[in-house]
Design a protein. Structure first.
Length: 331
C-alpha cells in the first residue's frame, strides 16, 4: 500500500512537471496568459494604469528603400550658365535688330540715289549677316545648355529653370531638398506620388518631381526625384536616408501607442480590459511601426480598452501571480 500510495503521489507530480515543460516549449518560455490580471477598483485607482479605447485606423503596407540628398550646386551653376547664354543671345538679337534697321535705311538711300554708296550698302549687308551668325551661334549654345540640363536633371527641373519657378527658389534657399530614390522594378508610370523619409526619428513626406535621367551607380535601378521640405537642419548633400515607399492598398486596423506595449519573452504585448478591473495580455506580433506607435491588424479591434500607461505594472503583477519574474532587461 505504501508503495502504491507513493506511486500515486509521484505520478501527478511527474505529469505536472511534464505539462509545465510542454507549456514552456509551446510558449517559448512564456506561460499561458488566459487568467490575466485582476485589480480592485481601489488598486486600479492608485496604480499608474491608464486606459484608452483604440481608434480605427488605416495604413498602407510599405517597403524600404534608400534615397540620397542631391547636391544641387551643379544645377545652379548650370542655371547661371544658361542665364549668361540667354544674355548673349539677347545681346546678339538686339545688335541684329539695329544692323537690320541700318541696312534698310542705307538701302532706301541707295535706291533713291541719295547719299549712300554701293560700298555703304554692302557694309550694311555684311553687318547684318555677321549679327545673324552671332544670333544663330548664341541660340545654338543656349539650346545645347538646355539639352545638357534636361539630360542631367530631367524636363521638369529644366522647366523650373526656364520659368524661374518658385520651386527652384525653394531649393536655392534650402527650404526644400532634392532627393533621388532608387526603386528597382518601379517605372515612371507607377512611381508613388509620395514617399516618407525617416530622419532621426522624424518622418517627413517627400513629393514626386520626375524620373531621374541618371541612376545611382551603386544601386543600378531607375531613380526618381522627390522634393522634401525642411529637414530641420539635418539634411545635407550626399546624405543617404531610409525611405518608406507605399507597396499596396491601405488596410484597416488600429493604432496602438508605443507606451502601451511591453516586451516579454521576445514578444510584444498589450493589456486589454475584458471586464472592469480585469486585464488580459494580448500579443501584437503582426505590429508594424508607424508614426505614433504600432499599426495592428489582428488580435485587437477598434473600441477595445487597453492600458496605454502602466502596462509594465500589470505585467509585473501577472508574473508575480504566476510565480515568475521578468527576465533581466525586459519590461
Amino acid at each position: 500500500m505504501a508503495c502504491l500510495l507513493a506511486a500515486g503521489l509521484l505520478l501527478p507530480c511527474g505529469c505536472k512537471e511534464s505539462a509545465d515543460e510542454d507549456d514552456r516549449k509551446q510558449g517559448g518560455g512564456a506561460r499561458p496568459a488566459s487568467a490575466g490580471v485582476t485589480l480592485s477598483a481601489e488598486a486600479l485607482a492608485l496604480s499608474p494604469v491608464r486606459l484608452a479605447a483604440l481608434q480605427p485606423a488605416t495604413h498602407a503596407p510599405v517597403r524600404r528603400a534608400f534615397g540620397q540628398v542631391v547636391d544641387t550646386a551643379p544645377l545652379f551653376q548650370a542655371a547661371a550658365a544658361a542665364a549668361a547664354r540667354r544674355a548673349e543671345l539677347e545681346t546678339a538679337q538686339a545688335s541684329l535688330a539695329a544692323t537690320a534697321a541700318e541696312l534698310e535705311r542705307v538701302r532706301a538711300l541707295h535706291d533713291h540715289g541719295e547719299n549712300a554708296s554701293q560700298r555703304a550698302l554692302e557694309a550694311a549687308q555684311a553687318g547684318k549677316r555677321s549679327d545673324e551668325v552671332r544670333v544663330a551661334s548664341a541660340q545654338a549654345q543656349l539650346d545645347a545648355g538646355w539639352s545638357e540640363i534636361r539630360q542631367s536633371w530631367g524636363p521638369v527641373i529644366a522647366r523650373w529653370l526656364q520659368d524661374g519657378a518658385p520651386d527652384l527658389r525653394a531649393l536655392a534657399y534650402a527650404r526644400e531638398w532634392l532627393l533621388q530614390v532608387t526603386l528597382p522594378g518601379v517605372g515612371a508610370a507607377s512611381a508613388p506620388p509620395e514617399v516618407t523619409v525617416e530622419l532621426n526619428g522624424h518622418r517627413i513626406a517627400a513629393r514626386l518631381v520626375s524620373p531621374a535621367p541618371r541612376t545611382d551607380p551603386a544601386l543600378q535601378g531607375p531613380g526618381l526625384f522627390y522634393r522634401v521640405a525642411g529637414g530641420e537642419g539635418m539634411l545635407v548633400a550626399g546624405l543617404n536616408v531610409p525611405v518608406s515607399v507605399p507597396a499596396g492598398e491601405p488596410r484597416p486596423g488600429v493604432l496602438v501607442p508605443e507606451g502601451a506595449v511591453v516586451r516579454w519573452s521576445g514578444v510584444r504585448w498589450v493589456y486589454r480590459q475584458s471586464a472592469p478591473g480585469h486585464f488580459e495580455r494580448v500579443a501584437v506580433s503582426d505590429a508594424e511601426p508607424v508614426e505614433g506607435g504600432l499599426f495592428v491588424t489582428s488580435g485587437l479591434a477598434a473600441g477595445d480598452e487597453i492600458a496605454v500607461a502602466g502596462a509594465a505594472v500589470l505585467l509585473s503583477q501577472e508574473l508575480t501571480d504566476l510565480g515568475l519574474a521578468a527576465p533581466g532587461g525586459e519590461e
